[in-house]
Design a binder for this molecule. Structure first.
Ligand code: GUN
Ligand code: ZN
Length: 428
C-alpha cells in the first residue's frame, strides 16, 4: 500500500547536521508487510511501483510514530495534581494511587486507559514504569501485547522509604522480575526494563539484584530516576555515603550503560554528565513534569555538548498529559526561558519526538524514521477543520514553518490514525 500525504521525518541527527529533516509536500510511504519499502515524493514512488494501491490522505501529514521514553502506567489517574514538589507529591498524591494496583481488576481498567491514551496521542513506542505489583505489571504487558504498541516496561522495585505495601524484599524482587522477563521480554513488540524506582527507595541489596538481572539478561533495558529534585538528591547522598554523587549510586552496581534511560537529570554535575556520556546511557527529558513539580530547567546544552543521548518523556502523572508533541513544545518553551537555554529548531523537535527516543531505547534499527527496512510505525495527523493548526496549514507555510506549527499546535485531536508495523492501532 502507498500512503499519500505530506511526509516528514528526521533520519539524521539534527544537532550535528542542519540538513537532517526530510520533508515531502506531496509525499508517500510505501509499506509492505509492515515494513517501510520507500518514502519520498509521491510521483517517484508511484512511478517505481505503478501497480500498488494508493490511499489518498492528502490534506494531512504523516510523521514517524511518536516515542515516549518516560511514563508511569499507574499514574494515569494521578494526572493533574498541582502545587507540589517531588517528595510531597509522591507521598500525598501518587503513592496512595499506586497502592491501588494490588487489585488486578483496578490495574486492568487503568491499563486499558493507559494504552488507549498512548495510541490516541500518536505514541507508538514507550518506556513505561510498571507497577510495584507483579500482577498489575503482567496485566500491562498482556494488554500491551494485544494493543500492538511497542512497550518496554518492568516491575518497579523499592525496598525502603515508600509505603510497606510497595516494598519488595530483594529475594522477591529477583524472583518476580525473572518470571516477568521470561514471560514478556522479546514477546512480540514487548521488552523488559529493570526498574528500580529511584536510589532513594532502593537499598544496596536491591540495586545488587538489578545488577544480577542485567547480567543474566543481556538485552533487557534499564530505567530509573536521577537528579530530579534538591531534597531527593540530599537524601540520596545520606543514604549512599560511599558514592561520589547520585549517578555514582547506580554506577557502583553497573547500572549506567547503553541500555539505561535516566529520567530528569535536572541537577546533574559536570562530572556526572561526563561519566554518563562515557557509559553511553540516555536521558529522558521531561519538560512538563520538570515545570509542574518545580524541579528546575533541564541543562540541555550541557548534556548535548557532552554527547549524552537525550529523548523526551511525558512523565505521566508528574507531567501534564500523554502528548509527545506537547512535550516537545514544553521543551522549546522551557529552553527559551532557561538561563543558558538551548534554542531548539523544528527538525530538532521532531527528532526528539521520534528517532532520539528510538536511540535511547536501543530500537533505532526498528523504528524512529522512514528508512527502508524499518517497521512502518507512523501517525497520520490531520487537525480538525476549525482548529488553529488547520488555520495555519491553510496559509501553506514552508516545510519548516509547517513543522514548527505542528509542534506548537498539534494535539490529540489532530492525531487521526496511529500505525505500528503496518497495523492501524488507533483511528479517530
Ligand atoms: N522519582 C521517584 N518516583 C517518581 C515518580 O513517580 N515521578 C517522578 N517524576 N519522579 C520520581
Ligand atoms: Zn518518572
Amino acid at each position: 500500500m502507498i500512503f499519500r500525504a505530506a511526509v516528514f521525518h528526521v533520519p539524521l541527527n539534527p544537532f550535528s547536521n542542519d540538513q537532517a529533516l526530510a520533508s515531502f509536500d506531496d509525499g508517500a510511504l510505501f509499506v509492505d508487510r509492515g515494513r517501510i519499502i520507500a518514502s519520498g515524493d509521491y510521483s517517484d514512488i508511484r512511478a517505481a511501483h505503478p501497480g500498488e494501491p494508493v490511499r489518498d490522505m492528502r490534506g494531512g501529514i504523516i510523521l514517524p510514530g511518536l516515542i515516549d521514553t518516560h511514563i508511569h502506567y499507574p499514574q494515569v489517574r494521578a494526572l493533574g495534581g498541582i502545587g507540589h514538589t517531588l517528595l510531597d507529591w509522591l507521598e500525598q498524591h501518587t503513592l496512595p494511587e499506586e497502592s491501588r494496583f494490588r487489585d488486578n481488576r483496578y490495574a486492568a481498567d487503568v491499563a486499558d486507559e493507559f494504552l488507549y491514551l498512548l495510541a490516541s496521542h500518536g505514541t507508538t513506542t514507550a518506556m513505561v514504569f510498571g507497577a510495584h505489583f507483579a500482577g498489575a505489571t503482567a496485566i500491562l504487558f498482556e494488554k500491551a501485547r494485544a494493543s500492538g504498541l511497542r512497550i518496554a516496561s518492568g516491575l518497579v522495585l523499592s525496598d525502603r522509604n515508600l509505603r510497606p505495601e510497595l516494598h519488595h524484599t530483594p529475594e522477591r524482587a529477583y524472583l518476580e522480575s525473572t518470571e516477568l522477563i521470561r514471560r514478556f521480554h522479546g514477546a512480540g513488540r514487548l521488552l523488559y526494563a529493570v526498574t528500580p524506582r529511584f536510589a532513594l527507595s532502593a537499598s544496596e541489596a536491591i540495586l545488587d539484584v538489578c545488577r544480577t538481572l542485567m547480567q543474566e539478561h543481556s538485552s533487557v533495558r534499564f530505567q530509573t530516576h536521577l537528579n530530579e529534585n534538591p531534597d531527593e538528591i540530599q537524601s540520596v547522598a545520606h543514604l549512599f555515603r560511599g558514592a561520589p554523587d547520585y549517578l555514582g549510586a547506580y554506577e557502583h552496581f553497573g547500572l549506567v550503560t547503553r541500555r539505561s534511560v535516566f529520567a530528569h537529570s535536572v541537577h546533574t554535575t559536570d562530572s556526572e554528565i561526563t561519566r554518563m556520556a562515557a557509559h553511553s546511557c540516555s536521558v529522558a527529558y521531561c519538560p512538563a513534569s520538570n515545570a509542574a513539580l518545580g524541579s528546575g530547567f533541564f541543562p540541555f546544552e550541557r548534556h548535548l555538548r557532552a554527547n549524552v543521548r537525550i529523548a523526551l518523556g511525558t512523565d505521566v502523572g508528574g507531567g501534564t498529559g500523554f502528548g509527545i508533541l506537547k512535550e516537545s513544545l514544553q521543551a522549546y518553551l522551557g529552553q527559551r526561558l532557561a538561563p543558558g537555554g538551548f534554542l531548539l529548531t523544528a527538525p530538532q523537535l521532531l527528532y526528539l519526538c521520534t528517532l532520539a527516543g528510538a536511540r535511547a531505547m536501543g530500537l533505532e534499527n526498528e523504528t524512529g524514521d522512514f528508512t527502508p527496512g524499518k517497521a512502518a510505525d507512523f501517525v497520520y495527523l490531520r487537525p480538525p477543520e476549525r482548529s488553529p493548526l488547520a488555520a495555519v496549514m491553510r496559509n501553506a507555510p514552508d516545510a519548516e514553518g509547517l513543522l514548527a506549527a505542528v509542534h506548537t499546535l498539534g494535539d490529540a485531536e489532530s492525531i487521526r490514525e496511529t500505525w505500528v508495523e503496518g497495523e492501524c492501532v488507533f483511528q479517530r
